[in-house]
Design a protein around this ligand. Structure first.
Ligand SMILES: Nc1ncnc2c1ncn2[C@@H]1O[C@H](COP(=O)(O)OP(=O)(O)OP(=O)(O)O)[C@@H](O)[C@H]1O
Ligand SMILES: [Mg+2]
Length: 970
């Protein structure tokens, strides 16, 4: 009986091929089934009860108002809860029935499928299948429903499932308007599935589009999609349709029809568990069908539910895969850009953890080169001779770089011996600079002074000048000039940071080495003894804590903050009268700290541009009752005093003096470290404003697709685009270029760049007995066994679990906020001088760095033993490599966590990092006396101990210096 004219009910195959319906009418599932059915794909017959039926039902019963009133979060414990809201709404829905008209329509459509036939009644919400949100398993489905009354009841239950606790929570978390959602319901003839499952037409773990990953199990598919069984997993080559990998799952349960209505699950028999649920021909057939479905959906990788009955394949659902990783790159090689040279990922490159964006690479790296060469001109010009200027010209022409880029990743470039573009210090400067009288006195007086009183103010002034420019009113060329100038200013500033950092680094190494030599078993680290005179990076969370305190003092505000997801918090606060003062305080905080970088590459948003991470942290602080910075400061200081007493007990006589000598210098230089690095990227919030404004203009004219595409063009391409834009013309080739480069950069983010090229000995040499022991560079002593938190970037910061071992690619100052939560540190890249090494020792936690690809080998929650003395990581309980990709795709059916429950467990010692005016004046007056005094002291010291008595660079450092080609650095 044709029923296509019904107003609420749409059979799958009734619509014409071109217009199967729309998302708002049929919901995601109903639409995809209709599209597949009209394309002639094997979809069991059925119909969709449109969203208009739901809307009419809700309007008729005056439910909409009740729905909106109730769908508000309550603060229960310390999270947002929708339990009460959901219970009230479920009760409202339960007490009502659909209109007779609708019941008749459903009855007629159901009769058309075959009277009394078992059907599946499945929710199909209109918000489903958004590009980033699958809504997988959010709403209810009823299988094996028989009889018209039962079908109508199940339809009502599907409507009500829009208002379960988990569904409301999911929408709340993802910012989906409750008012806009409506539910369609699919009613479909049951497939008495012998085997069923899910498949992906691309590998969801690796992003490989040439593979199909199939999960299969016996019986109905409810248990697989609900994640209740471990299914069989097959990886099939999409072109050849051959099976590449097979893994037998344990298939604990089998879901079958219950007597009468519904389903039940039974334990699978031992034979079923061992037997593969699909044979080769069936798998091939399924893969072939899957490729057809993908083609039908314009080649977009699909997440498909399927079932087999009596040897017949049926398609039950298809939706685009969400959050699919980019296409993996094949045949990636890490080769030298210049034969005989050497590349290393350290120093400035530690601040460039990911693949570089084209604009940053184009502007920043040459600026760094120029900054270093200028330094040679000004400081070592007499030695370099007239050649310097010629070489500078070469540099500007791009012929030589102090940094090289391999597969998008920056490396420090140590040129081959004999490279004509390298300046080689001569005479007495040939020797590596030692920690001797000359360096110390230069370092003591000149470098920090010049950095603090000349270079830093100069840099900040440039930033300030450009901050005052109104991007909207500026010409394109002016915006471009700003981008260039600020790139240069930061690169120039870095080179002073580099110089300033050398002193704390050397002094710290010297102290650490001394402790290692003389009290090896005492578990003493230099960091324990360094009385941090505070740093801005450590002050930042304390300032945030003050904002949290303000929020905590107003219960309504506290409730709002606890129940609102971080990414919507600012707008929620702004819409709330008492919240506006907090918004202003957050703005002040961001003005002070919003430039803190995770990466120097300005294509990565700074907290100023995207404050979500700051707001997550703020939420944690609002939730944390125990954290008290003052008490913690006192405790940390007491710990330091104790450590100093303990350490002092080990030394007598001359040894004591030598210890105090090293400690003195380490403490003296210590504050420069964080403070100088803190201002790196200070220009980026301003630069990003200019770049995005330019991007918006180029989008308007059609040259780019989205404003941040600007970072994917180089400067000369942007110049060209600006020139053409004057005539309101696009440069369409740039659009594709930017898109391709963006995709390439995304794919490169999944590579693991080796710490050095040519690569050193692999960090892990698995032996028969020690498969799970990986060796790296020991940088901070101690031993700990704990779970790991694998944090790959800023976006994962809220995944850091308290008292876990932090596992990350490398660390920069922005990572310091995670250290208070960590009981150990493990990184892919880095050595004794890395930022992470210094901070780990300061916190007194064991650390092993430079483990190659440890972030890929471990996953969060896994336990490891970290030995900071031996430099080893032992993976507890077996494997180092994650198991073969299984198509597990959902986190179960529990309600999503609405508020972040991570407890903020404390911060480093807060100490003032700026000297008062009085202190500065005193310092100024005393400077000549201090200089003379230290010169005299140094003179006496070296007379007494001889040059070898002074703190020297660590042995390893010196060895490397001999073996390696010379760096283009002083
Ligand atoms: N007509 C049907 N015949 C046999 N099994 C079915 C049928 N419809 C659904 N199923 C089984 O029930 C499972 C779940 O159904 P459904 O797709 O409606 O809900 P879900 O996958 O849990 O949630 P959603 O698809 O909304 O994310 C399907 O994967 C399939 O195995
Ligand atoms: Mg489904």
């Amino acid at each position: 009986m044709p029923i296509a004219t019904a107003s609420y009910v749409f059979p799958f195959a009734a619509a014409s091929d071109k217009t199967p319906g729309d998302l708002d009418t049929l919901g995601g599932k109903g639409l995809s089934l209709a599209r597949m059915a009209t394309a002639g794909l094997p979809v069991p017959p059925g119909f969709t009860v449109a969203t208009s039926a739901y809307r009419k039902f809700v309007a008729g019963k005056d439910l909409q108002q009740a729905v909106l009133e109730h769908a508000r979060p309550q603060v229960v414990g310390q999270t947002a809860s929708f339990k009460t809201a959901s219970e009230r709404l479920q009760a409202l829905f339960a007490g009502t029935a659909p209109s007779e008209e609708l019941a008749n329509e459903i009855g007629a459509a159901y009769a058309a499928l075959g009277r009394g036939e078992p059907v599946a009644v499945r929710s199909s919400a209109n918000a489903e299948d958004l590009p980033d949100l699958s809504f997988a398993g959010q709403h209810d489905t009823y299988l094996n429903v028989r009889g018209v009354e039962a079908v109508i009841k199940a339809v009502c239950n599907c409507w009500a499932s829009l208002w379960t606790e988990r569904a409301i929570g999911y929408r709340h978390e993802n910012g989906i308007d409750h008012q806009a959602v409506a539910m369609a319901v699919v009613v479909q003839r049951m497939v008495a599935s012998e085997v069923s499952g899910v498949l992906f037409t691309a590998n969801p773990t690796t992003g490989d589009r040439t593979e199909i990953v199939v999960n299969a199990s016996f019986g109905l598919g409810e248990a697989i999609v609900g994640g209740e069984v471990t299914p069989d997993t097959f990886i099939v080559d999409k072109d050849a349709l051959t099976t590449k990998e097979t893994a037998v799952g344990t298939k604990e349960l089998t879901v079958v029809y219950a007597d009468g209505q519904g389903t039940r699950s039974r334990e699978s028999s031992p034979e079923e568990r061992q037997q593969l649920s699909l044979d080769a021909p069936a798998l091939k057939e399924l893969a072939r069908l899957a490729t057809k479905v993908e083609q039908h959906f314009d080649g977009v990788p699909q997440d498909i539910e399927w079932a087999v009955s009596g040897g017949e394949l049926s398609l039950l659902q298809s939706r685009p895969m969400t959050n699919l990783p980019p296409v993996p790159l094949k045949d990636v090689r890490w080769e030298l850009t210049e034969p005989g040279s050497r590349l290393e990922r350290d120093q400035v490159v530690e601040f460039m953890p990911g693949p570089l964006s084209p604009l940053f690479q184009d502007l920043y790296l040459p600026a760094l080169d120029v900054a270093y060469y200028l330094m040679r001109v000004t400081q070592g010009g007499n030695e370099a001779g007239g050649a310097t200027y010629r070489q500078l010209a070469k540099v500007l022409g791009g012929q030589h770089a102090g940094q090289s880029v391999v597969n998008g990743y920056a490396y420090r470039h140590f040129p081959a011996p004999g490279n004509p573009f390298v300046l080689r210090p001569q005479g007495r400067h040939r020797r590596r600079s030692r920690f001797n009288v000359r360096t110390v006195s230069h370092g003591y007086h000149e470098t920090p002074r010049r950095w603090r009183h000349e270079e830093l103010p100069k840099y900040l002034k440039t930033v300030e000048l450009w901050r005052q420019l109104d991007p909207a009113a500026a010409e394109d060329e002016r915006l471009m000039a700003g981008i260039r100038t600020l790139s240069w200013a930061d690169a120039h500033y870095w080179r002073f940071v580099d110089e300033v950092l050398a002193f704390p680094r050397r002094a710290d190494e010297a102290l650490q080495q001394f402790l290692g030599e003389h009290v090896p078993g005492a578990n003493l680290t230099s960091g324990m003894l360094l009385d941090g005179s505070g740093s801005p990076t450590m002050q930042a969370p304390i300032d945030l804590w003050h904002i949290a305190q303000r929020i905590r003092s107003t219960p309504a505000l506290q409730g709002l903050v606890v129940t609102t997801p971080a990414h919507r918090l600012l707008s929620a606060l702004d819409a709330f009268a008492e919240g506006q003062a907090v918004v202003r305080e957050i703005a002040d905080y961001l003005a002070k700290y919003g430039h803190q970088i995770y990466s120097l590459d300005y294509a990565e948003p700074t907290p100023s541009q995207d404050p979500t991470q700051v707001l997550s942290l703020l939420k944690c602080l609002v939730l944390d009752d125990d954290y008290d910075p003052a008490a913690q400061q006192a405790e940390t200081q007491a710990t330091r005093r104790r450590a100093l007493r303990d350490a002092s007990r080990h030394f007598r006589g001359r040894l004591w003096w030598r210890f105090r000598w090293r400690l003195f210098w380490a403490q003296h230089y210590y504050p420069n470290r964080d403070e100088s690095q803190f201002y790196l990227g200070a220009a980026w919030p301003v630069l990003q404003r200019l770049a995005l404004e330019l991007g918006r203009r180029l989008v308007a004219v059609g040259t780019l697709t989205q404003p941040d595409d600007v970072y994917y063009l180089n400067a000369s391409e942007l110049d060209r685009a600006i020139e053409v834009r004057c005539d309101e013309l696009p440069l369409s080739d740039l659009k594709h270029l930017a898109m391709e480069r963006r995709e390439l950069r995304e794919a490169r983010k999944r590579l693991s760049p080796p710490p050095a090229i040519p690569q050193r000995e692999p960090s892990s040499v698995p032996t028969e007995d020690a498969q799970n022991i990986i060796t790296g560079v020991p940088v901070s002593p101690g031993k700990v066994t704990a779970e790991v938190s694998v944090i790959l970037s800023l976006a994962d910061f809220d995944q850091m679990r308290p008292r876990s071992i932090l596992v990350c690619p490398l660390t920069t100052p922005a990572w310091t906020q995670l250290f208070p939560h960590a009981v150990g540190l493990v990184t892919d890249v880095g050595g004794i001088t890395a930022h992470g090494s210094i901070v780990a020792r300061e916190y007194g936690i064991p650390a092993v760095l430079g483990l190659g690809d440890i972030t890929k080998r471990l996953s969060s929650g896994q336990a490891i033993t970290l030995d900071g003395d031996a430099g080893t990581v032992t993976i507890e309980g077996g494997r180092t490599v994650p198991p073969m990709s299984t198509a597990r795709r959902r986190t179960g059916r529990s309600a999503p966590a609405v508020a972040d429950n991570t407890r903020f467990i404390g911060l480093a010692t807060p100490l003032p990092f700026e000297h008062s005016a009085r202190e500065r004046l005193l310092g100024l007056l005393l400077r000549p006396f201090k200089a003379a005094f230290y010169q005299a002291l140094l003179f006496v010291y070296f007379k007494l101990t001889g040059p070898s008595g002074g703190p020297a660079a660590p042995a390893a450092g010196r060895r490397q210096a001999r073996n390696r080609p010379q760096a283009p650095r002083p």
